[in-house]
Write a protein that binds this ligand. Structure first.
Ligand SMILES: [Zn+2]
Ligand SMILES: [Zn+2]
Ligand SMILES: [Zn+2]
Ligand SMILES: [Zn+2]
Length: 204
């Protein structure tokens, strides 16, 4: 008996010593709107890499203590998923808004329509001729051009687990594979392609 307890303790200690705390998952979802007329669907959610529960940024361990409860680690900042870590305003980028100008009126603040010049419906009363997302700065409005988002900002802006009805994300096996920032997919890249869960390999 004693022996077994001691062994169990040992293996726990060994795990901890390896620094093998799984990293909490931070998902940045949704798309940057291209104009002020589009809805901003962006949101951040954090998940337990082990059981897939939605959790709060920074928790030391998965709160699903009975079924999971793994200790978790978090980085100090995360590459901005809304600009793919480029720091560039995605609305400007995707719409090729030159110089951060409003795409709709090309920076004039009004449009020419049937001989009249009504105010631009996109930037009217907002940014007057400039991109309404970055307000002409051409920087990603979410990370403010920093290319990354700090833990604190994520904690503040991430959806709290209680806010979402679906608290369980499909568990992804690879805990530490943030999307390579290289791929600049156009607007509607599907987020999760794989839905089916992989059967666990029965090795050992
Ligand atoms: Zn968990
Ligand atoms: Zn912009
Ligand atoms: Zn405009
Ligand atoms: Zn960004």
């Amino acid at each position: 008996m004693r022996m077994r307890d001691a062994l169990a303790l040992l293996s726990v200690a060994a795990l901890a010593a390896c620094g093998g705390k799984p990293a909490g998952l931070v998902k940045m979802m949704g798309l940057t709107p291209n104009t002020s007329l589009q809805k901003d669907t962006r949101e951040i959610r954090c998940f337990c890499p082990s059981c897939g529960s939605q959790i709060e940024m920074g928790v030391k361990a998965c709160p699903k203590g009975k079924v999971c409860g793994v200790p978790l680690s978090w980085k100090d900042d995360y590459s901005c998923g809304f600009c793919n870590g480029t720091g560039v305003c995605q609305a400007c980028f995707l719409m090729e808004k030159e110089g951060g100008k409003c795409f709709n009126c090309k920076g004039k603040g009004y449009i020419t329509y049937q001989g009249k010049t009504p105010p631009c419906p996109d930037c009217k009363g907002k940014t007057e001729g400039k991109c309404t997302i970055c307000k002409g700065s051409q920087k990603c409005d979410f990370c403010e051009g920093a290319q990354k988002i700090s833990k604190d900002v994520i904690k503040e802006r991430a959806k709290k687990p209680s806010e979402g009805e679906e608290n369980v994300a499909p568990v992804e096996k690879k805990a530490e594979a943030p999307k390579p920032p290289a791929e600049e997919k156009k607007a509607e890249a599907p987020k999760e392609e794989k839905k089916a869960e992989e059967p666990k390999p029965a090795d050992k």
